[in-house]
Structures are given as structure tokens and as C-alpha cells.
Design a protein around this ligand. Structure first.
Ligand SMILES: Cc1ncc(C[n+]2csc(CCOP(=O)(O)OP(=O)(O)O)c2C)c(N)n1
Length: 499
């Protein structure tokens, strides 16, 4: 068992301070009160149609929220991260507004699935339900954090099973290659819905799958224990910031309840296992420790519990009175206004009066825009190679002129190319990104996941975020290399639709 004085300092506050310990307890009690109350909204047909209870993940979630600094960090919580959001400062009312899909829900104005927490103004980002794909966004925004020399970190959080997704590997490989300050938290509760983790990967701790990557620190902790989790997250942040390196935090948790309200874990977990998970209850353990080590008296603890009850009641009342989304607003924020191509009107002919080739025009426009806007970036496969200028010559001379930090090769990982563009453009509104989405248009398929994701960010965030990304794809040029070097992607997309 961890010692109560184990955590030294958090943002200059000694955590053995009674006030800090009491505040942690209050946040944990508040989180649980909402976690336990959420299913009632569905039973009463009010909303909260999706709820994934976090009970059993309390230590690590409290710690993620506590180390998050809204001025400098960027956070990507997953659907089970209710306490993470509360610990970061999201209020009880805001959690309920999200749960019951009100118009004033901060994450999406009630558009997104419930239990997907966000607060854009604090850089707590709205993530999709496509589990774990925000690892790419966290990596992308960490690229901006590093480029602009901010002191922050990006924090991505997910369960251990979704680490099986290829894009998670792409994100961690890319973060290690670029040495980016991003923390990947794996909250390991042993299951992906009903699938035990031994069906996901051979290692018992999925973080061990990444031990061979350079510039990557891996920290293991007990995600059920507040102090061990705080130590782990503090160390992770310190390391990521001081060394500009990614860190994986593998946090061992238990899932005290079913995966979600549409799952029944008694169908695949026996009584013994369910009791074992319940007995681990991190909140109960923390409460007992506070009393045993004389940090808070029973009376003080009960006063906090009473105060939280009142807070939840008041939050419920306010959230219930909040407006529902207007059905007429459903078509708002489907597509941002189309860009008007009027900035460079006179470039259709070269100096000798000949019409310009498309490749020349693209190359010149890119250069003009890179001069005009210092917050412009481009990356892709095989496009930043001295005098070669990419396989189609479009990027010729760009890296030489604008440097390797703004113009660079990406790994052969199309989803990474797209996903980190989406992520980096979250850093601020000035950033403009061009990606060569694939070496030939036909190879864009692996990036479809992030392409689709990016296409609904605007709607899903209720207009709060649109990725400022231009995708350039070359199709039909040079060789006639069926099946994969001469297809026009638009035709293929049409074909798929026709089927
Ligand atoms: C890409 C994708 N595939 C499948 C799903 C359906 N799904 C939702 S949660 C989940 C299990 C994820 O388990 P884990 O990552 O361990 O997180 P936990 O829910 O246990 O916290 C699955 C398969 C999804 N949301 N996204």
C-alpha cells in the first residue's frame, strides 16, 4: 500500500496538506455520485443513453485531471473519463448537461453521444467514439506544442484494449520518432466490453508492447491508488516536458460495473470476479486511509459527503431546466463556408506567356502561401528530399526554403499523416496545414478513418472546431499502374456508393 506522504508536491502545493487531501476526496465523491446517478436518467427516459461507469479507475482519473493545466496542456479524455473531467475542473452541471444532451452541453451542444466530455475553451477536446483514435490528435497537437516551444503536454487517455488499433501504434511510433511531449495513459481494467485482455495481445501489460521504441518512457502504476497514480502522472508530465519525449502510463484498474448500460457483465464474469472488483473500490480505500492516518475526521468526511449531495441536487436542477437543442439547428455547422480562391488570381501564365503546368502552379502557390503565413506546414510521404521535390515535383524546393520543421517527410502511415494534421490544427486558429495524404491517391484508404473523422468534427463540436487542413492527392499521373497507381479516388468512392 502506498504511503500517504508519498506525493511530494503538485504545482508547488504540498499534497499532504489537509486541504488538498480533502479536495481530492470531494472530487472523488462528486464523481461517484454522478457515476451512480447517470443510469437513473436513462431509466426515467431523460437521456444519458450511453454511460460507461468509471468506478475502479478513480486513482488514475483523479491524477490525470490534477496534473492538467488548462493554459498550456491539451487533454483528450475517453468515454470512461468522467472523473478525469471533473478533476480537471468540469462542473457537475456541465457533466449532466453533456449526459442529457442539452443545447448548452459544452462538448457538442447535445449532438454527440453522451459521456463524451469536453471543454474546448480549456483545451479539453471533443473526441470521437472511434476508440483510441485521438492518440493521433494528441500527437499532432504535441507537435505544435514543441514547435511553438510551449511548456505544455498533450494527454491522451484510453482503455487497454483499444491499444490494439493500428492508429495507436502509428501515433506512438510517430511521437517517439519526433520526440513529442505527449502522455498516453492506458487505463487497464482487463476488458474490452466482454473481451478479456488476453484476447487482445500476448503481453499481460499492453505497454510492454512498446518497450523497443526509442525516446519513449513507460511508467506503470496502480490506477486504483490515488498516491501511486499521482506520482506516476507527475513524473510522466515532468519527463515529457523536460525531455520532450512521449511517456506511456500504464495504470492498473478494475472495472467495478458492466462496460456500459447496454452490457451485462454477469453474463461473462462470475460472482467471485465481480466481488473481487467491487472490493477493490478505490474510493472506499482512500476514505479509509484518510481516517486511519488521521488526515480527516469522520465528521469532516461526512460533511464533505453531505456537501456533495447538495451540489449534485443543485446541478441536476439547473441542468434539467436548461434548453434542449432546437431541432431546426440540425443542419447548422455541416460544412464551413467554402474557401474562395481569389488570393493569387494572376498566376495562370509564366514569364514567357505560356500557360503554367498544374504542378508549377501548385508549387508556386505553396511557396507564396508559406511566405505569407509563417504558421503553414506541410508533410507527407517522400516529399522533402533535397532536389527531388516529391515524386510529382510539387514540393520541389520547399524544404530548402522553409526548413525541416515546416516541411518534412512523414512515415508511411497515411492515417497518421491525416490524424496528426487534425491534431496539430487544434493548437490555434492561425495554423494552416497541407498534407500530401498519400504517395498516390489510391493509397489514401488507410487514412479514410481520419478523413471521415475530420469531416464531422465541425458538426460534432457544434461549430467550435474545424480542422484547417488541405489534403493534396495525386491521381492518374505518370505511370498506368493498376490497381494502385492510377485510380482516381473520386471514381472509387462513387463506386463504393453505388454498391
Ligand atoms: C474503433 C472502434 N471499434 C470498436 C468500438 C466499440 N467499442 C466501444 S468500447 C470498446 C472496448 C474498448 O475497451 P478498452 O479500450 O479496454 O476500454 P474500456 O471500455 O475497457 O475502458 C469497443 C470495442 C469503438 N467504439 N471504436
Amino acid at each position: 500500500m502506498s504511503e500517504i506522504s508519498n506525493v511530494k508536491k503538485i504545482h508547488g502545493i504540498k499534497t499532504t496538506d489537509k486541504a488538498t487531501l480533502a479536495n481530492w476526496f470531494k472530487l472523488m465523491v462528486l464523481g461517484r455520485a454522478l457515476d451512480d446517478k447517470a443510469p437513473n436518467y436513462l431509466k426515467q427516459a431523460i437521456g444519458w443513453s450511453y454511460h460507461a461507469p468509471y468506478a475502479g479507475h478513480d486513482g488514475i482519473q483523479l491524477a490525470i485531471g490534477q496534473i492538467f493545466e488548462k493554459k498550456t496542456d491539451h487533454m483528450f479524455p475517453y468515454y470512461r473519463d468522467m472523473l478525469t473531467a471533473i478533476s480537471a475542473g468540469v462542473s457537475a452541471e456541465e457533466i449532466i448537461l453533456n449526459g442529457i444532451s442539452k443545447a448548452t452541453d459544452l462538448a457538442s451542444g447535445g449532438r454527440h453521444m453522451s459521456n463524451h466530455f469536453a471543454k474546448p475553451e480549456w483545451n479539453i477536446h471533443n473526441v470521437s467514439s472511434c476508440t483510441g483514435n485521438h492518440t493521433l490528435h494528441a500527437t499532432g497537437v504535441a507537435r505544435a506544442i514543441k514547435y511553438y516551444k510551449s511548456k505544455g503536454v498533450a494527454i491522451s487517455s484510453q482503455g487497454e484494449s483499444s491499444v490494439s488499433e493500428g492508429y495507436v501504434y502509428e501515433a506512438i511510433n510517430g511521437a517517439s520518432k519526433e520526440q513529442l511531449p505527449v502522455i498516453f495513459v492506458f487505463q487497464d481494467n482487463g476488458y474490452g466490453i466482454s473481451v478479456p485482455k488476453q484476447d487482445q495481445t500476448a503481453n499481460r501489460k499492453v505497454a510492454d508492447n512498446f518497450t523497443g521504441l526509442k525516446h519513449l518512457r513507460i511508467i506503470h502504476c496502480n490506477g486504483k491508488d490515488v498516491f501511486d497514480s499521482m506520482n506516476a502522472m507527475l513524473e510522466a508530465k515532468k519527463h515529457a516536458v523536460e525531455h520532450s519525449e512521449p511517456v506511456i502510463v500504464q495504470a492498473n484498474c478494475v472495472r467495478m460495473h458492466s462496460h456500459s448500460n447496454s452490457d451485462r457483465h454477469e453474463l461473462y464474469r462470475d460472482d467471485y470476479e465481480r466481488n473481487y472488483a467491487r472490493e477493490y473500490d478505490p474510493l472506499g480505500k482512500y476514505r479509509r486511509m484518510l481516517i486511519r492516518y488521521n488526515r480527516l475526521s469522520i465528521e469532516e468526511i461526512e460533511a464533505i459527503e453531505k456537501e456533495v449531495k447538495e451540489m449534485v441536487k443543485a446541478a441536476h436542477k439547473l441542468a434539467m431546466a436548461a434548453p434542449d437543442p432546437d431541432p431546426k439547428s440540425i443542419f447548422d455547422f455541416v460544412m464551413p463556408e467554402a474557401y474562395k480562391a481569389e488570393k493569387y488570381p494572376n498566376g495562370t501564365h509564366n514569364a514567357t506567356g505560356e500557360p503554367k503546368k498544374l504542378i508549377e502552379a501548385l508549387n508556386e502557390t505553396l511557396k507564396a502561401e508559406f511566405h505569407h503565413n509563417p504558421d503553414t506546414f506541410i508533410w507527407g510521404q517522400d516529399m522533402a528530399n533535397k532536389d527531388k521535390g516529391g515524386i510529382f515535383n510539387v514540393s520541389k524546393g520547399l524544404q530548402k526554403e522553409f526548413g525541416a520543421k515546416r516541411v518534412f517527410n512523414a512515415p508511411i502511415a497515411e492515417d497518421f499523416i491525416m490524424g496528426t494534421a487534425n491534431g496539430m490544427s487544434r493548437y490555434n486558429d492561425k495554423i494552416r496545414i497541407v498534407v500530401e495524404g498519400a504517395e498516390f491517391a489510391d493509397y489514401f484508404w488507410p487514412a479514410m478513418e481520419q478523413y471521415v473523422e475530420s469531416s464531422h468534427d465541425y458538426w460534432r463540436s457544434n461549430g467550435a472546431f474545424v480542422p484547417n487542413v488541405t489534403i493534396r492527392l495525386a491521381s492518374g499521373g505518370y505511370i498506368g499502374g493498376g490497381l494502385y497507381h492510377s485510380q482516381n479516388l473520386c471514381c472509387v468512392l462513387q463506386f463504393v456508393r453505388a454498391v
